[in-house]
Design a protein. Structure first.
Length: 572
């Protein structure tokens, strides 16, 4: 261990934390000067406790520094790592931060197996270590984005004794449907980016890692191992995902039992997290048993919003109440607070409520008509069909200019009747909004900045037709929930009914705006820039010719195909 003394903090670097099986993981501890004791925030992941944000994700780092400069933040950001709280800020607020390399990553030896049950048992041991450290007040909180948020569900279900509060900021609770297989379709682009560039790159012993320790300037991954040794000290993550096409026991072990979570929780979702985290963050809030739980839904790029001073203040107030015991903090807060996005990608309104989904929302239904390509409040009087090539075509349906304004917030239900010339079919549904001039209303997001999806459409949904079975007990308001526990092959040419979950969204549209629904058999793209790193076209998961068929959609009084959305009554 090394110790560094800075003006506002003491840093203990490379502290060894013992685990229940006799192994160790390695951490950095940032704590305020003085005697304490201090409440503790624990961060646990394979990303690298010593890998600076600027090296881990340079493009996002540039955006963050620009945004923070405009916000008036005075932090030097010298100790910021990806998706974690800034120690320079939090030690001045009277908190210690324990930042841990998970087993097999960075400075921690062992087998690298992210998102595994073992990893989160290890994290529980780190929480208990932090809660009993001599400088700790015995109360530990979890706070972070994405991986550091998703892991909180897994840790909290074990109820470690010293865990006093959690703050998952945009972290899904659904490992199958959100992080790896939207609608049962492998998210190959994201998995390749995440595993190879973010995790395997930081494997302990990886002599070719590009990551450096920002304290020392040396390679971050410890003593070099041979290629053979490295392979023996990690799971092959993508291969494991591909070998489990259904939500079997392997997958279920990587989802938390949300009902076991009773810890006070501030859950923060972001409309900009389409495809990976948004949906499961909201389901996490709904599913936990915590009697003291709050939900905030924000807009923007959550890599940036997490660090903005106004949001740090929210984080601080919540932890001051539950980690410091300051009863004057976090008082009379609305249980749910939702930002309704405006047509210029700002905030039209903030809605406070008692629960999620919003209890004041009501269903509005538009029926698809394959003859006219419309979305209409009136059901078609005749049956019609439209066909397209799965890999290259699509069917488009539009409301036309809306006669009245529209405000919606929540998950949407798309019902289709589909036939394919093949034994399976993948459906990609994209909902776009257009302004009164016919220009698309797109949204700041966390999409690949070099792709046509750098700005997100209103929402999207996915479904593999062979996974169409619905679990009625887990479905909710305008939210079909598919169990993904068996394959139900299609009979070529025979129609089946599909209920597709369109991910949560919010928007306030003025009269004259338009909604447009595109239904295809491949990732939606706007231009030759393509889908970037968020595509679904892994050859093992979507082989030819199995997914190369012709799809036919049926609409009409018998084949009722519709889009149902949750609307809010508001004065336009």
């Amino acid at each position: 261990m090394q110790q560094f003394f800075e003006e506002e903090m003491i840093i203990d670097k490379d502290v060894r934390i013992p685990l229940r099986d006799g192994s160790i993981v390695v951490a950095n501890v940032f704590r305020p000067r003085g005697n304490g004791p201090w409440p503790v925030i624990v961060n646990y992941s394979p990303y690298g406790k010593d890998v600076h944000f600027s090296e881990f994700m340079p493009t996002v780092w540039s955006q963050l520094t620009e945004a923070l400069a405009a916000s008036g933040s005075t932090s030097t950001l010298r100790h910021v790592t990806f998706e974690t709280p800034d120690p320079e800020v939090w030690t001045q607020l009277g908190y210690a931060i324990v930042r841990v390399d998970s087993r097999g990553a960075g400075k921690s030896p062992g087998i690298l197996q992210p998102n595994s049950p073992q990893e989160f048992l290890d994290a529980c041991d780190a929480v208990e270590w932090a809660g009993t450290a001599p400088w700790s007040n015995g109360k530990v909180g979890l706070l972070g984005i994405s991986y550091y948020a998703s892991g909180q569900w897994m840790i909290a279900q074990h109820r470690p004794q010293h865990l006093a509060a959690i703050q998952p900021w945009q972290g899904t609770s659904d490992f199958y449907r959100d992080r790896t297989r939207q609608g049962g379709i492998v998210s190959g682009g994201f998995l390749d980016l995440w595993w190879n560039l973010c995790v395997a790159e930081n494997q302990h012993g990886n002599g070719s890692s590009r990551f450096t320790d920002y304290f020392t300037g040396e390679r971050n991954t410890g003593p070099e191992m041979s290629i053979e040794e490295l392979a023996s000290q990690r799971i092959e993550y993508i291969d494991e995902i591909l070998s489990h096409p259904l939500e079997d026991s392997w997958y279920k072990a990587r989802n938390a039992d949300l009902q076991k979570i009773e810890t006070p929780a501030l859950v923060v979702a972001n409309w900009g997290g389409l495809q990976v985290h948004l949906r499961g963050t909201l389901l996490g809030f709904e599913g936990i048993s915590s009697p003291q739980k709050w939900l905030r839904i924000q807009r923007g790029n959550y890599f940036l919003t997490f660090y903005m001073p106004e949001n740090v203040n929210i984080q601080r107030r919540f932890f001051d109440r539950y980690l410091k015991g300051i009863e004057s903090e976090w008082v009379d807060e609305p249980a749910v607070q939702v930002a309704i996005r405006s047509a210029d990608d700002g905030i039209a309104d903030i809605v406070n409520a008692t629960e999620w989904p919003l209890p004041t929302s009501t269903e509005r239904t538009w029926f698809l008509d394959a003859d006219t390509g419309t979305l209409s409040s009136d059901a078609p009087v005749a049956d019609h069909k439209v066909s397209f090539a799965a890999r290259t075509g699509s069917a488009v349906f539009s409301t036309g200019p809306l006669q009245e304004g529209l405000t919606l917030a929540g998950t949407m239900w798309l019902q289709l009747r589909l036939a394919s010339t093949t034994e399976d079919a993948d459906i990609f549904a994209t909902l776009q909004a257009f302004d009164t001039e016919g220009m698309e209303i797109s949204f700041e997001s966390n999409g690949d900045p070099n792709s046509s999806m750098a700005r997100a459409p209103l929402s999207q949904g996915w479904l593999r037709a062979s996974h169409r079975r619905i679990d009625q007990t887990r479905s909710g308001f305008l939210r079909p929930f598919h169990d993904h526990e068996e394959h139900q092959a299609l009979n070529p040419g025979e129609s089946v009914d599909l209920a597709i979950e369109i991910w949560p969204a919010s928007i306030e549209l003025p009269p004259g705006s338009e909604l447009r629904l595109t239904v295809g058999g491949n990732d939606f793209v706007r231009s030759e820039l393509g889908i970037g790193n968020m595509g679904h076209d892994h050859p093992t998961d979507r082989p030819s010719p199995k997914f190369d068929g012709t799809y036919t959609l049926s609409t009409g009084p018998v084949a009722k195909s519709f889009l149902a959305v949750p609307t809010l009554d508001r004065v336009q």
